[in-house]
Each structure stands twice: as structure tokens, then as C-alpha cells.
Ligand binder design. Structure first.
Ligand SMILES: Cc1cc2nc3c(=O)[nH]c(=O)nc-3n(C[C@H](O)[C@H](O)[C@H](O)COP(=O)(O)OP(=O)(O)OC[C@H]3O[C@@H](n4cnc5c(N)ncnc54)[C@H](O)[C@@H]3O)c2cc1C
Length: 481
């Protein structure tokens, strides 16, 4: 346990001088939005001050001051996280990167882009495409910042082919908790040069340093793509098709799954029923959504034919081709909006983002549904079938919050234990924050958890950077009603 100092009026004035009046909030001017992320059920904690930074030098000066004053600092990107990662649970200063939103330059010979951390994923993706290139990581929330994506090692829909954010970070500038500025990595394709501090920083959720510049790898954009919807009787048959799809040598860009419930909710919410519910007279209970890419129509047609054969053999009711740009956009927009739909229709919400071996997905989902029923909450689920990453939302519209939390805790305890039994991991892409710490500890064991704590201690002996997250304990600040 560590305890911290309050931000003194004198220190607050020094912070104001670093960023200027218009980019500083203190006391009553601090806006409520900085007290939570997209999962407010984990608590709302107002910071004492917010600094909207614009440069590495400002970040360095703020951290130097806060380090001297023993005041905690929590970095925030777009605040779209789902585990309370950017929430200042010990109070102190929130450092927002949203003004560090410039794409700095492209290096077309080495296929990289240099960018500030507050650039939104959607802006980088569109800009890269305009340069004839693609930034492969494609998490569902396109307004997240690339700095947030790197700090959570975000995954997304294209991970089954291209890997995750980690695989696209070549170098970064990072400010350490005491204000020192450090450069990690180079624009090279491989390295075998000592411990990779770069990869330690990726996925460290703002607990080891503040990322202020990034060099990200790009790939040539695929010439053509097509998506296909495979409706199945139920989730077990749908998931059982995934190994066969992967073995068919189609190199799919995405293999997503969704249960019927979330598809119905999405259609009701958007008024756009893009997934067919009755196929050849049979009710679909679950879907696999596949995207194939290729250089020509002939190549794509051959791949589609092969996928059709696999689908038929594995019991799909049909193989529906999403060929036109308009329909493709609608289908993927519906997929990306599933969480927004759940948020809109649900009063109380909690989530799991476990990753299990692909052949255990269906078993895990059946187990979760059974446990949820026992606890009197309902579940909506969808996720990345190609890589075993499930997004499971536990919902209620009629329980009181305290009772919901009590029941969901029992449900989560059971499900995370099952995940460990299945050799899975607590989080596939949403991270740990302060919400999933206990489950991380149980899952990795005391030796690994202790080593994580020791690493945090080396980088941040005073524990001022994003206290109470991942593997760090801290006294809580004042929860904000
Ligand atoms: C509708 C919806 C769909 C989503 N879909 C996906 C998905 O498909 N895949 C996925 O992986 N996630 C998904 N997410 C979760 C979320 O978008 C990601 O975790 C994202 O990476 C968070 O980025 P952010 O900019 O919002 O970061 P924040 O929420 O602001 O912060 C997240 C963490 O990163 C740290 N951080 C932020 N910027 C920096 C920096 N510059 N330096 C150091 N640390 C920093 C913060 O301290 C915090 O610990 C989804 C969220 C929503 C709401």
C-alpha cells in the first residue's frame, strides 16, 4: 500500500503554468467525464486536476513535478477502456493525451507512420488508406486513441490474420514516472538486443511510463475483400466450424462469432436487420462472420467456393455473400456497435474478455449461460472466434446495483476459474485495469504476479503512475457519486 499527497494550491499553479490556463482544470472545474471510462460500474473517481497535454516536454515537466510532490498521475486517452484503466482511483492528476493528435509523417520506404499518441484509431486508419496502406489492428471502438490501443495491447477483428497492436509497434518515446524522456525501439524489422523494454511498455496500461510518440508498422492495403455470413443452429455448431475454416488455407482476415440474442438486439436498436434470422425455413441460433481478402475476383471466388464447401460440411444453414460495399459497411457497423447496443438496452452491465483455446469457446459459453441463469442475470456474447477471445456481457434491468454486483461477482469467480481450468487468459484485449486484478493474480499465480509487482517497483518506486492498476495496490481516492 502506498499513500499520496494532495495536490497543493502551489503545485496546481505550477501545473497551470506548464500547460496554460485553457488546458488546465482544477477543483470544481474538473469535468465529470474524467471520473470514469466506458464501464462506470467499477466506480467513479474524480481527479484533483486535469492537464490536456500537447508535447513530450509538457508530460515530462508534469511528471517531474508530481514525482517530487508525491502526487499520483493517471494517463487518459479517449476513455473508451472497459476495466477502469484510465480512472484516477487514488485521485491526483489526469493527463489527457487527446490534444496530442497529430499524425507526424509517413516513411514510405520502410512502411511506417510516426504519430502522436492521441490520434484516434479511425483517423489513423483512414489516413493510412489514403496513402495506399493499411494499419491492421482493428478494435471495435474506432474513437479510441492509438496510445490507448498500445497501452492495452488492443486486439480487434483482424487479429486472426494480422496479430494485435503489439505486432505493429516498432518504436516509441516514453516519459518515465520521474520525468525522464526515453526512446525505445527503432525502425527495424527485427531485434535480438537485450530485454525488450519496448514490449514491456506495450500493454502496461500507463503504469510504467507515458507514451508520447509512436512509430507504427503499416502494410499494403489488400486489393479486394469480401465478407460472408454463416448462420448455424447454435453456438456449439458455429464454433465447431472454426478449426475447419482455419485448416482450409483461406487465410481469413476475420472470423467473428455472435449469438442470436445480440443480433436481435442490434436489429431492434438500429432498425437494420443485416443478419438473417430464418434461413431456408430454419431459425439461426448463432453466426460466424468471415472476411476473405485477395488480389483478384478470381482468387476471391475460389476462396469463397472453398469456404462454401467447409460451411456445408460443418452444418451451416447457408453461406451468404456480403459483396456490395453498402451491405459490407452495414454488417461490420452492426458488428462494431454490439457493445453500444448492449449499453443502450441495459441498466446494469459488467463484462468479461477472456481468451480460451478456440475449441473450448462453445463449452465456455454454455457454462457461462448456465451460471448466469443460476445467478439471475442474463448474458449477451460475441467475439473473435478465430482467436478464442470472447466478449461476454452480464446484464440486468431489474436488480438493485448492490445485488447485481454480488451476483455478478459469484458468476465471474466461477467463470474465471473455468477459464483458468481451460488454460485460458483473463483478458484477450481489454486489459486488467483495477477491475480484473484479483483474477489476474489467481490466473498467473503468486510468482508471476510478484515479478510484475517488482517490475512496477523498478520503473516507479514511488508508485505515482496510474496507482492501483494491474498488479499495484494503492489507497483509494474519494469515490464520486
Ligand atoms: C464499444 C467498444 C468496443 C470496443 N472494442 C474493443 C475491441 O474490439 N478490442 C479491444 O482491444 N478493445 C476494445 N474496446 C476497449 C477500448 O476501446 C480499448 O481498450 C482501447 O485501447 C482504449 O483506448 P483509449 O484511448 O480509450 O484509452 P483509455 O481508456 O483512455 O486508457 C486505457 C489505458 O491506457 C492507458 N493509456 C492511455 N494512453 C496512454 C499513453 N499515451 N501512455 C501510456 N498509457 C496510456 C491508460 O492509463 C489506461 O490504463 C472497446 C471499447 C468500447 C467502448
Amino acid at each position: 500500500m502506498v499513500s499520496y499527497s494532495k495536490l497543493s494550491p502551489a503545485a496546481a499553479e505550477k501545473l497551470r503554468a506548464i500547460v496554460g490556463d485553457g488546458r488546465f482544470q482544477f477543483g470544481e472545474t474538473v469535468r465529470e467525464e474524467y471520473s470514469h471510462d466506458e464501464m462506470p460500474i467499477y466506480g467513479r473517481f474524480l481527479p484533483e486536476a486535469v492537464c490536456l497535454v500537447e508535447s513530450t516536454e509538457e508530460v515530462s515537466a508534469i511528471l517531474k513535478l508530481c514525482h517530487e510532490e508525491n502526487v499520483p498521475v493517471t494517463v487518459r486517452g479517449a476513455g473508451t477502456g472497459l476495466v477502469g484503466g484510465c480512472v484516477p482511483i487514488a485521485g491526483g492528476v489526469v493527463l489527457s493525451t487527446m490534444r496530442m493528435n497529430k499524425i507526424l509523417s509517413y516513411d514510405m520506404n520502410n512502411l511506417v507512420v510516426h504519430t502522436q499518441p492521441g490520434v484516434r484509431l479511425c483517423d489513423l486508419a483512414a489516413d493510412a488508406l489514403a496513402h495506399g496502406l493499411m494499419y491492421p489492428p482493428d478494435p471495435g471502438e474506432k474513437t479510441a486513441t492509438v496510445g490507448g490501443n498500445v497501452s492495452t495491447n488492443a486486439g480487434g477483428m483482424r487479429a486472426v490474420k494480422y496479430g494485435v497492436t503489439r505486432d505493429y509497434v516498432l518504436a516509441m518515446t516514453v516519459v518515465l514516472p520521474d520525468g525522464q524522456i526515453m526512446k525505445l525501439g527503432k525502425t527495424v524489422c527485427k531485434t535480438s538486443s537485450g530485454y525488450s523494454l519496448l514490449h514491456l511498455m506495450i500493454g502496461s496500461e500507463g503504469t510504467l511510463g507515458v507514451i508520447t510518440e509512436l512509430t507504427l508498422k503499416l502494410v499494403p492495403k489488400p486489393r479486394m475483400d469480401v465478407s460472408l455470413i454463416l448462420p448455424f443452429r447454435d453456438i456449439a455448431t458455429a464454433i465447431a466450424s472454426v478449426p475447419a475454416i482455419k485448416l482450409a488455407n483461406l487465410d481469413p482476415q476475420s472470423i467473428e462469432f455472435m449469438e442470436r440474442d445480440i443480433v436481435d438486439s442490434s436489429a431492434a436498436f438500429t432498425g437494420n436487420a443485416v443478419f438473417p434470422t430464418v434461413v431456408n425455413g430454419r431459425e439461426a441460433g448463432a453466426y460466424i462472420l468471415v472476411t476473405l481478402i485477395g488480389d483478384s475476383e478470381a482468387e476471391l471466388t475460389a476462396k469463397m467456393d472453398r469456404l462454401g464447401e467447409v460451411a456445408e460440411k460443418t452444418g451451416a444453414y447457408d453461406t451468404l455473400v456480403v459483396w456490395t460495399d453498402g451491405l459490407k459497411k452495414d454488417v461490420w457497423a452492426a458488428r462494431s456497435a454490439f457493445l453500444t447496443v448492449i449499453e443502450a438496452e441495459t441498466k446494469l452491465l459488467d463484462e468479461m474478455d477472456v481468451v480460451v483455446p478456440v475449441d473450448r469457446i462453445a463449452e465456455f459459453l454454455v457454462y457461462t449461460h448456465d451460471e448466469a441463469e443460476r445467478q439471475g442475470v442474463y448474458v449477451r456474447s460475441f467475439g473473435h472466434a478465430g482467436d478464442g477471445n470472447l466478449h461476454i456481457y452480464c446484464c440486468s434491468n431489474d436488480l438493485e446495483e448492490a445485488e447485481f454486483k454480488r451476483r455478478v461477482k459469484k458468476l465471474m469467480d466461477a467463470c474465471y476459474a473455468k477459464c483458468t481450468e481451460f488454460e485460458g487468459q483473463v483478458s484477450g484485449e481489454h486489459s486488467i485495469g483495477h477491475a480484473k486484478k484479483e483474477y489476474l493474480r489467481e490466473s498467473v499465480g503468486e510468482t508471476a504476479y510478484g515479478l510484475m509487482g517488482a517490475i512496477k517497483q523498478v520503473f516507479d518506486p514511488k508508485g505515482i503512475l496510474n496507482p492501483g492498476k494491474v498488479c499495484h495496490d494503492a489507497e483509494g481516492g474519494v469515490e464520486h457519486a
